[in-house]
Design a protein around this ligand. Structure first.
Ligand code: BES
Ligand code: ZN
Length: 663
């Protein structure tokens, strides 16, 4: 298996590349020097954007490197595989044990291995020749901690060493782990632990080369307290069973570090299909199995579009509500928020999305976070194709419509000095990590939709299948994709798009004026009713909503002009019981409208919502809306003080920033 072909393929660095590399290194040094004090997790905002490689258009760049979010140097060493051996200590909220890295020495002269860490206690480091067990202690040093990158671990590696073993422990505050008390679980009897490694959190769980440039296979042994079950985004050993205290796993396909994932809790499994199933706490299992019952059908449809599923099983793990994201595409085992379990499959777009990542993201991976749209934009396009194949064209069109509104809003809300965030691959940006921008997702998806419209579905699908085949299990850059697009789809039907089209879409910071959008008749009918309702020619009682899907409701609520009069909202609430809606997305959209209009009826429900859910996308905008008025801000701060201890570290960090600094 070739590793990280993406950045080693091709001729030596061009002069432009060398300049790019030098400026990147300078920037990187400045960032490391300055970044120690910053609380902004997005060094992209670092100074003087004009002089950064930012100004180097990706469309014409041969490559983009290095990964400025990692200390690892893939030109010295590459981790080929690693073995984890960890005790899961709930009393201390710590993982403790060893990791043994198997290294490829890329530079024969390399003597220093640099790993990423964050808040790890390093007890000892030893090295041994490849394949041997005569470990000898070696010197190591942990650099000062940078707020964004963590701390580089520098290890002196003897000439003959091919493996390094590190004894370490995680911090109870590890940014990539959440240790839950029994009261924070559905069953309320047993504790729960889960990880979230994307984007820069694997380094808080294991000392490793934490960059998506590098892929490794791994094995793991987890020792857990009796009665708890451990799962990982990996193949489970046939000997693992409920009641055991030691669980073993192996990941035979090479994966980037951000896909490392584990969870421990009172977990049960239910099969959905021959190679699909769901893990959840017992109390959640029935509802989860019903909600996700179409997983197998989704897989069958997706394979027909983009080739075989290459990971063996596809299971879904339902997490407690503090999980900070909607879903996370951990290979073989998607991690899922319980807020998508609406009872009517209305939110299973998230399932289609995470499944689609098995191709776009997990099989072919963004080489740096700047290339995040290769993961998220592709996946959002695939998600819509899967939704169309399984639930029909109108459902897919509606989801495009709801996504488009998100994008419009995100672009419209960008402050002038933040306009660069509107680019598909904004320089140095950490994509969706903490601020929830939809640009990489929706603009990326629309870019592929343009290609579909211009070249035809069959041609686009064939091109994408080729892309996945050629780059399976490697990491890729935007310039690489652009190059292959030119040689493939574009060369095959010359004259349909030009270089300007590519730069408008990839380097341009808005949505090109001639963008083709997906129309939905259903959403247009919703708009028509909404306009009449807003103008007063249609009474609330006369709104025809009987057959509205959740997407139609979301479209209606998201687009209602604000503020609305309290009386009007009261009518809506009384007729449609929106404050009590059991659909987490509908409630979210309703709360946003209600807050913007000063509608007082929602407070107790809003407080329950904000303390009960930790999914950033659902709660961060509500806090931000509340902060816009003095009473709202007071309410937000009171609720946050109560809710904060229950939130994940990623959520806490994002909301701390919002509440303290307003950004
Ligand atoms: N990989 C992302 C989640 C993520 C992004 C975690 C960036 C950390 C940093 C995942 O696939 C995702 O996009 N989830 C979305 C769901 C979706 C349907 C847009 C989410 O969490 O809302
Ligand atoms: Zn995604």
């Amino acid at each position: 298996m070739q590793h990280s072909e993406g950045f080693r393929a091709g001729p030596g660095p061009s002069p432009a590349m060398q300049i790019l590399r030098r400026t990147s290194v300078l920037l990187w040094a400045a960032l490391v020097a300055a970044g120690c004090q910053t609380t902004n997790p997005q060094p992209a905002a670092a100074p003087a954007a004009g002089s950064l490689p930012a100004s180097e258009p990706l469309v014409t760049n041969p490559r983009n490197w290095p990964d400025i979010f990692s200390y690892a140097d893939p030109e010295s060493f590459v981790t080929r595989s690693f073995a984890l051996d960890l005790d899961v200590d709930f009393a201390a909220s710590q993982l403790r044990g060893t990791v043994t890295l198997e290294l490829d020495r890329i530079d024969p002269g390399a003597r220093e291995l640099v790993l990423d860490t964050r808040d790890l206690q390093i007890a000892a480091v030893e090295a041994a020749p490849a394949g041997r067990t005569e470990f000898k202690a070696v010197r190591f040093a942990l650099d000062a901690r940078d707020d964004v990158l963590g701390a580089a671990l520098r290890i002196s590696v003897p000439r003959d060493a091919g493996r390094v073993r590190i004894a370490y422990a995680t911090s109870p505050q590890a940014s990539g782990l959440q240790w839950l008390q029994p009261a924070q679980t559905a069953g309320r009897q047993m504790p729960f632990l889960f990880s979230q490694a994307q984007a820069l959190h694997a380094r808080s769980i294991v000392p490793l080369q934490d960059t998506p440039w590098i892929r490794s296979t791994y094995t793991a042994t987890l020792r857990v307290p009796a009665g708890l079950v451990a799962v990982m985004a990996a193949e489970s050993d046939p000997g693992n069973h409920r009641g055991a205290t030691e669980f073993r796993f192996r990941m035979p396909q090479p994966v980037p570090s951000y896909l490392l994932a584990l969870a421990v809790g009172d977990l049960e499994f239910r099969a959905l299909g021959p190679r699909t199933g769901v893990w959840a706490e017992p109390a959640k299992l029935d509802a989860a199995a019903r909600e996700f019952e179409d997983a197998e059908a989704m897989m069958v449809k997706t394979e027909a579009l983009w080739g075989p599923y290459r990971w063996g099983r596809y299971d879904v793990l339902v997490l407690p509500p503090s999980f900070p994201f909607g879903g996370m595409e951990n290979p073989r085992l998607t991690f899922m928020t319980p807020t998508v379990i609406a009872g009517d499959k209305s939110l299973v777009g998230v399932l289609a999305h995470e499944l689609a990542h098995s191709w776009s993201g997990n099989l072919v991976t963004n080489a740096t976070w700047r290339d995040g749209w290769l993961n998220e934009g592709f996946t959002t396009y695939f998600e819509r194709r899967i939704m169309e194949a399984v639930y029909g064209e109108e459902r897919a069109r509606m989801e495009w419509g709801v996504g488009y509104q998100d994008l419009r809003q995100a672009l419209d809300e960008l402050a002038p000095d933040q306009a660069w965030r509107g680019a598909l691959a904004p320089d140095l940006a950490l994509h969706k990590d903490e601020d929830g921008s939809s640009v990489a997702y929706e603009k990326g998806a629309l870019f592929l939709y343009q290609l579909e419209q211009i070249y035809g579905r069959a041609q686009l699908d064939a091109f994408l299948q080729g892309w996945f085949d050629r780059h399976a299990f490697t990491s890729v850059t935007t310039p690489q994709f652009v190059g292959e697009l030119r040689q493939g789809l574009m060369a095959g039907a010359p004259g349909r798009v030009d270089a300007a089209f590519l730069s408008r879409w990839i380097d341009g910071t808005g949505l090109p004026a001639d963008a083709r959008l997906v129309q939905s008749d259903a959403l247009e009918r919703v708009d028509a009713q909404r306009l009449r309702w807003e103008q007063g020619s249609l009474a609330t009682a006369a709104l025809q909503t009987d057959r509205w899907s959740v997407q139609e409701w979301l479209h209606f609520l998201n687009r209602v002009t604000r503020p609305q009069s309290v009386a009007r909202l009261q009518e809506l609430d009384q007729r449609f019981r929106l404050t009590e809606s059991q659909n987490a997305e509908v409630t979210h959209a309703w709360f946003r409208l209600a807050i913007a209009s000063g509608y007082p009826g929602i407070e107790p429900a809003l407080e329950r919502y904000l303390t009960g859910i930790g999914r950033l996308k659902l709660i961060r905008p509500l806090y931000a809306d509340l902060l816009k008025t003095p009473q709202g801000a007071e309410f937000a701060r009171r609720v946050y003080a109560q809710a904060r201890p229950g939130y994940h570290a990623i959520t806490q960090r994002s909301l701390d920033r919002l509440l303290k600094e307003g950004s």
